[in-house]
Write a protein that binds this ligand. Sequence first.
Ligand code: B1M
Length: 212
Amino acid sequence: MNKLEELAKNLIEGQKDKVEELTRLALDDGVDATEILSKGLIGGMDIVGERFQQAEMFIPEVLRAAKAMHAAMDILMPLLLGTGFQALGKVVLGTVKEDIHEIGKNLVGIMLSGAGFEVIDLGVGVPPQKFIEAAVENKAQLIGMSSLLTLTMPSMKDTIEELKKAGLENQIKTMVGGAVVTQRYADEIEADGYAQDAPSAVVKAKELLKLI
Ligand code: B1M
């Protein structure tokens, strides 16, 4: 097993200290920060995503892997910024107005970051106007909305309508998800995309931004 495979393996296992150590060792050995990110970390997170989808890994394990990923990213980020590293795209993410469920939204954010997107997480209880303002301010290409309550789902529709009123629907795509949300509902409110779980959200975001 080479160093980057070992890094990916430890990331999957959520071994934060080991992941930090291996990231530093790889840098000392002259491995490029972009390669460490793409082959070691993103490669590892891809496997975490697949295992989570197949119910071979569960939320606490995903969160442990994410912590390890963030620790390694803290080491790599200054170097990546120095080399002109470009994120795949920018996503403004949040749980909709009057909804405080955040676990699924956080998982989606973790997986998107792990896949190479820059995620601007607005937290929970995000009103339509805030999604739009943040997307414009940050020049984001995608707004991701999570809803866990039947009562809060209409806020997704409101955001999409506000986006249309502002004439931004061709520049900023929308993706929706959350336990109560379905493809049918997404079609009904004319969201650009729907994803059932966090790994599918990564695939859908790439599709919407025409990266695959
Ligand atoms: Co709430 N709650 N809750 N709750 N809660 C549900 C959602 C509920 C289904 C439970 C039930 O009755 N069986 C029900 C909603 C019923 C409905 O509307 N149809 C419910 C209710 C009613 C409520 C309260 C109203 C209860 C009350 O106070 N009477 C209240 C509302 C508060 C509010 O938001 N205003 C409430 C409160 C809470 C807690 C605070 C206690 C807590 C949240 C803690 C937190 O997040 N910090 C909580 C929890 C934990 C749940 C359950 C048990 C679990 C939710 C969860 O985290 N799942 C939930 C029951 C359930 O879903 N089984 C329930 C794990 C998470 C990984 O899954 O969020 O679905 P999920 O995310 C998935 C996918 O959906 C998808 O990817 C994720 C990962 O694969 N996904 C996206 C999510 N967002 C996405 C966005 C995307 C794409 C994919 O694109 C942008």
